[in-house]
Design a binder for this molecule. Structure first.
Ligand code: CP
Length: 305
């Protein structure tokens, strides 16, 4: 059995592969906008496994596979045998004999790593507690669309040490840009968790305003997962000064973008003025999940075309 390529972390691909992939995203998106059918994955099957809720990830993968000519099957851990004790290695063997590519959203990176090690087909990380590479792929394509190459540019991360911030750190190293990170006391990032080679592509700041100074992109994420707000009052207090507002955007470079992977809480991690304002590109960012994932599935299933 040939070992398939997987996409489990941002650093799984090289810079050369990302250059190729972003070119494919541009081509696929332009074709989609012209209503020109493109079916390179005709008759192929995507299995999507969701252990956590999703709107964007499910829609973009399911619609994306259909638009590429294939079909998508949704499984979750409530109404399948997944999550009822079947070893993940066994599930991987079975599912990968009936499909051409698998997308998994689960809690632990270890689960997706074990699934991939036993899969005959490519496995894509649709979000774990550790990483969210598909989202950062869309974010960087969105940056390129608006501002050109991200190489040498500066991204300010304001907020939590979560799967998004760790993936930004990986992306900065692969694509050679800087990330200025500001997290509240007690919520600091652990650079070792990002598995970096150590190229000095990030700086840590106590003050979120300082992190934003001179940035080309300011980005954040929810402080608490949607639906879990009541359990996180302490976090809400700790993060109160890490709400991205007009002053932080003013500290960034003129023309800086604002991004948020969504869903968002206006008035918590970002003011309505910023997320609904002229520097915000959150709708382009959300739409681009569709286009980047089509290019990603094409690349993993067919290689370079
Ligand atoms: N940004 C993101 O992954 O959205 P969903 O949780 O809706 O998939």
């Amino acid at each position: 059995m040939n070992q398939p390529r997987h996409y489990l972390q941002f650093k799984d691909f090289t810079r050369e592969e990302y250059d190729y992939l972003f070119g494919r995203v541009r081509w696929i998106k332009d074709k989609f906008k012209r209503y020109e059918p493109y079916h390179p994955l005709f008759d192929r099957t995507l299995v999507m496994i969701f252990e956590k809720a999703s709107t964007r990830t499910r829609l973009s993968f399911e619609a994306g596979m259909q638009q590429l000519g294939g079909s998508a099957i949704y499984l979750n851990t409530r109404d399948s045998q997944l999550g009822r004790g079947e070893p993940v290695e066994d599930a991987a063997q079975v599912i990968s004999r009936m499909s051409d590519v698998v997308m998994i959203r689960t809690f632990e990176q270890d689960i997706i790593d074990r699934f991939a090690a036993n899969s005959r087909v490519p496995v894509i990380n649709g979000l774990t507690n550790e990483y969210h590479p598909c989202q950062i792929l869309a974010d960087i394509f969105t940056f390129i669309e608006h501002c050109g190459s991200i190489q040498g540019k500066t991204v300010a991360w304001v907020g939590d040490a979560n799967n998004m911030s760790y993936t930004w750190l990986q992306a900065a190293e692969v694509l050679d840009f800087k990330v200025r990170v500001s997290t509240p006391p007690g919520y600091a990032i652990d650079p070792a968790r990002a598995g970096l080679a150590g190229g000095g592509h990030f700086e840590l700041f106590d003050d979120p305003m300082e992190a934003c100074r001179g940035a080309d992109l300011v980005t954040t994420d929810v402080w608490t997962s949607m639906g879990f707000e009541a359990e996180n009052e302490a976090r809400m207090k700790a993060f109160a000064d890490w709400c991205v507002d007009a002053d932080m955007m003013a500290a960034a470079n003129p023309g800086a973008l604002f991004m948020h992977c969504l869903p968002a809480h206006r008035g918590e991690e970002v003011t309505a003025e910023v997320i609904d304002g002229p520097q915000s590109v959150v709708w382009d960012e959300a739409e681009n999940r569709l286009h980047v994932q089509k290019a990603l599935m094409e690349y993993l299933v067919l290689g370079k075309v």
